[in-house]
Design a protein around this ligand. Structure first.
Ligand code: HEC
Length: 105
């Protein structure tokens, strides 16, 4: 019985680890282009995320806001896709110190 439990634990953690693998930031950029630029990037100007009075002030806030926009506009993104967009926007615009955006400290 103990052995069986160990096997189940190992198997499920393997599946879990696999799910947690990040997809590349370039994928986040593609997803963002597909679903988000209609509102956020006026032609020739990517300044929305850099404007002075922007709302987001932390990585958690960024993640939350992206979750909200993604849900409102029915992107159907999986969590790893959403995270890739968070990583993309953070790397290019917000530049918050990176941690796991989905785990509050
Ligand atoms: C229909 C228009 C629309 C679409 C599409 C949209 N958003 Fe938004 N988004 C908004 C509005 C409105 C705000 C709030 C702006 C404000 O409060 O000044 C906002 C705010 C944000 C912010 C916070 C900006 C800041 O002030 O720092 C982020 C990040 C963001 N959106 C990401 C996304 C992402 C990612 C997508 C793609 C899923 C997306 N948005 C799609 C309308 C949109």
């Amino acid at each position: 019985m103990k052995k069986l439990l160990t096997i189940i634990t190992l198997l499920s953690s393997a599946v879990f680890a696999n799910q947690e693998q990040n997809i590349p930031i370039s994928e986040g950029q593609t997803l963002h282009q597909e679903s988000c630029i209609a509102c956020h990037i006026v032609p020739h100007d990517e300044a929305f995320y850099l404007r002075e009075n922007r709302k987001v002030s932390s990585l958690i806030g960024l993640s939350t806001q992206i979750g909200r926009c993604a849900q409102n506009f029915s992107t159907g993104w999986f969590p790893d896709e959403e995270k890739a967009v968070v990583d993309y926007l953070n790397q290019h615009y917000y530049k918050f110190q990176t941690n796991n955006a989905f785990e509050p400290k």
